[in-house]
Design a binder for this molecule. Structure first.
Ligand code: ADP
Ligand code: MG
Length: 328
């Protein structure tokens, strides 16, 4: 079956995601028209996934569609923004109906769950690349930025760290997914859960926030640089899942916590909170079923210090992921 660009759009994308009353003109005109609620600011984020770079080449289409939206919603979550709309620029090598249907299903499943309507995009032929832009809002002046951390704040992270990076390492080493623990960490890699509700609950409480996409050490480093502060983190306090620990043991990974500190793709939230507000933060996130853990404190001296419980410095051998590091 040969599908034209217009067939593809009509068949797979016109009805993708939620239906929203604030969309005046959706897919089908030259551009979309939406109504931004009075008193709110528009928050925009865009992220591109490239085949073989951001997901393994043999990743099922459904996971690619899901993840392309998830990583963008994670950026909105880290601003404390409520997602509303998305656009999708899809470059694919073939008009493969089964692939497109699965891709659209994965995208649409998360879009509906998050209340996001797909309002436009672009469809082209070429090496598989997916760019999503998401749009959401925050009440004026209430976006949670990277630059607000203050000395004395407690550093928190949601969920657990390292699962996705460990799953990616197994895939790179050509190892399959068999045990339940391996399936669990593979799901963290392919279907990260954007912490939208947690991000909203932290608005007005977190001083600074970022989502962990390149590894906690690198991403917390962005908060520190933007805020002009430093932090000391206790390595034993990093939240690690049972599945992570089980798989790390089978790989004879002796520095599992360090791996989790520098591994990317978790899409958890890292945020800082005044110590007087910690109990309120823990209560709000627990009510949402979102685990969180205090892992350190913000201090004056620039940079990130990692210590063990005895206070000894832990030297990091690995950095976060930088796409251009080592590139010509
Ligand atoms: P134009 O040539 O004017 O840019 P297009 O033919 O690219 O228009 O797109 C037609 C309509 O379909 C537009 O509303 C556009 O936003 C939408 N669209 C195109 N590709 C996608 C896609 N992959 N996902 C969602 N909407 C799409
Ligand atoms: Mg176009």
């Amino acid at each position: 079956m040969t599908l034209s660009e217009f067939d593809i759009i009509r068949r797979y994308f016109t009805a993708a995601g939620a239906r929203r009353d604030d969309v005046a003109v959706g897919i089908g005109d030259d551009a979309a028209v939406v109504n931004v609620p009075a008193g709110q600011q528009l928050v925009l984020a865009t992220d591109t996934l490239v085949n073989g770079v951001h997901f393994p080449e043999d990743t099922p289409a459904e996971h690619i569609g899901y993840k392309a939206l998830a990583v963008n919603l994670s950026d909105l979550a880290a601003m404390g923004a409520e997602p509303a709309w998305a656009t999708l620029a899809l470059t694919a090598p073939r008009n493969d109906p089964a692939w497109l249907a699965a891709f659209a299903d994965g995208f649409s499943e998360l879009a509906r769950a998050a209340g996001v309507q797909l309002i436009g995009g672009d469809t082209t032929r070429g090496p598989l690349t997916v760019t999503v832009e998401v749009h959401g809002f925050v009440p004026r002046g209430e976006a949670v930025l990277r630059g607000g951390a203050r000395v004395g704040d407690v550093v928190y992270v949601s969920g657990t760290l390292g699962d996705a990076a460990l799953a990616l390492r197994r895939w790179r080493e050509g190892l399959g997914v068999a045990s339940q623990a391996e399936r669990r960490i593979a799901a963290r890699l392919h279907r990260p859960e954007p912490r939208i509700d947690a991000g909203l609950a932290l608005r007005g409480l977190a001083h600074a926030m970022i989502d962990v996409s390149d590894g906690l050490a690198a991403d917390l480093g962005h908060i520190l640089a933007a805020s002009g502060v430093g932090a000391t983190v206790t390595i034993e306090d990093l939240p690690l899942s049972d599945a992570f620990l089980e798989v790390a043991a089978t790989l004879h990974e002796e520095r599992a916590a360090e791996f989790a500190l520098t591994g990317g793709d978790d899409y958890e939230l890292c945020f800082t909170v005044a110590s007087a507000h910690c109990a309120e933060v823990e209560r709000r996130l627990a009510a949402l079923g979102c685990a969180c853990r205090a892992i350190g404190v913000i201090d004056e001296a620039a940079g990130l210090r990692v210590r063990d419980r005895q206070g000894a410095a832990v030297m990091l051998e690995r950095g976060g992921y930088d796409h251009f590091a080592g590139a010509q």
